[in-house]
Ligand binder design. Structure first.
Ligand code: MN
Length: 349
């Protein structure tokens, strides 16, 4: 394998857009949750593993998550990553109680902003918000963008089993649209009401459960009419859009058929087909999917301006994946959009 370097000699900078960190204080709050009563089964499976398992994978990731300095920068250098767009790791503050979640969202944003100030040419921040208190979340997003220089919000899918399709969360969507920043809808494990058969098969995590849960969340959001209310709002989905691009044709047909026949009378009539919202209100990253056919398919159906590079550090960061993507058989201008300029445009870098 050739040595990977930063600096753009290959014709583009590499901007990785779904990279995770965890404030040590949030990890301490997680310990309290894990040691408490009635632990959410998805959280116990996910963070019980990464925080307590003795495997090399778990211990390395747990340490790297909490570093916003030398180790992260060395890892970026070794992989030729020029910039990371960083957000709080799943499930963020969303697994905590309202008061703890709001306080820790502020703390996480201050910590991340501090690291971004120290390394302005390497790090860009995405704001943590606590959907448990939508009014606070909207205000905190505004503070994070206007005062701390953050360029997005990250929401780790459901909050205690509740989805952004619920209008009580829409102050957050309204704020993001008004501030002109995207929301990264990052996965977490399925909620208690969904997870049992996934856990039974060991498929609750990033292997599959994440994708099912988060793709479902994005569809709920589209079906709620949120993008008719907030037509300029932009979301990001990782992991090749949690497979939604592959579903687009059938979603248009079946969702349209359901609306037309009023099968579910509570569903609002939408102004457009499902695919219209995916093409106009979503950007998709390839986090965790270093696979040329999936990337090209998504560029073909969503447009090459809406598909961005992401690594998914520290959960999945083999340098070989950077090489695979560098070697993609793709027009140089398109590859530059993928690795660099789409991110520069969306995050205003
Ligand atoms: Mn991730």
């Amino acid at each position: 394998m050739a040595e990977l370097k930063t600096g753009g000699a290959q014709g583009y900078l590499r901007i990785a857009t779904e990279e995770a960190f965890a404030p040590p204080e949030m990890m301490a709050a997680y310990v309290e949750v894990l040691d408490g009563q009635n632990v959410d089964p998805g959280f116990e499976s996910l963070m019980g593993f990464y925080m307590r398992h003795k495997s090399e994978r778990a211990t390395n990731i747990f340490r790297r998550l909490q570093d916003l300095g030398a180790e992260r920068l060395a890892d970026m250098d070794a992989r030729g990553i020029d910039r990371q767009v960083i957000g709080v790791t799943a499930p963020g503050v969303q697994v905590l109680t309202k008061d703890k979640a709001t306080a820790l969202s502020v703390l996480a944003n201050d910590q991340l902003a501090d690291a971004c100030r120290k390394h302005p040419d390497r790090f860009t921040g995405m704001a943590a918000v606590a959907p448990q208190d939508p009014a606070h979340a909207a205000k905190e997003l505004e503070r994070a963008v206007k005062k701390l220089g953050m360029r997005a919000a990250v929401i780790n899918s459901h909050t205690h089993g509740e989805y952004l399709s619920d209008q009580k969360f829409w102050p957050i969507l309204e704020a993001a649209e008004a501030l002109d920043v995207p929301i990264y809808l990052h996965p977490q494990t399925p909620p208690k009401a969904m997870i049992a058969p996934f856990l039974e098969a060991g498929l609750d995590g990033a292997v599959f459960g994440f994708g099912v849960e988060t793709g479902f969340h994005a569809l709920r959001l589209i079906g709620s009419g949120a993008f008719d209310r907030f037509p300029k709002l932009q979301f990001l989905l990782g992991h090749m859009g949690e497979a939604l691009p592959f579903w687009m044709y059938r979603l248009d047909y079946m969702y349209g058929a359901g609306l037309k026949s009023k099968r579910y009378p509570f569903q609002p009539q939408l102004k457009h087909d499902v695919s219209h919202y995916l093409k106009h209100n979503f950007h998709i990253t390839n986090s965790g999917v270093a696979w040329e056919p999936a990337i090209k398919f998504t560029q073909a159906v969503l447009g090459e301006d809406r598909v961005l590079y992401a690594m998914d550090y520290p959960y999945q960061c083999p340098p070989e994946e950077v090489e695979i993507l560098d070697r993609m058989d793709m027009a140089p201008a398109t590859k530059k959009k993928f690795f660099q300029t789409n991110a520069e445009k969306l995050f205003k870098l």
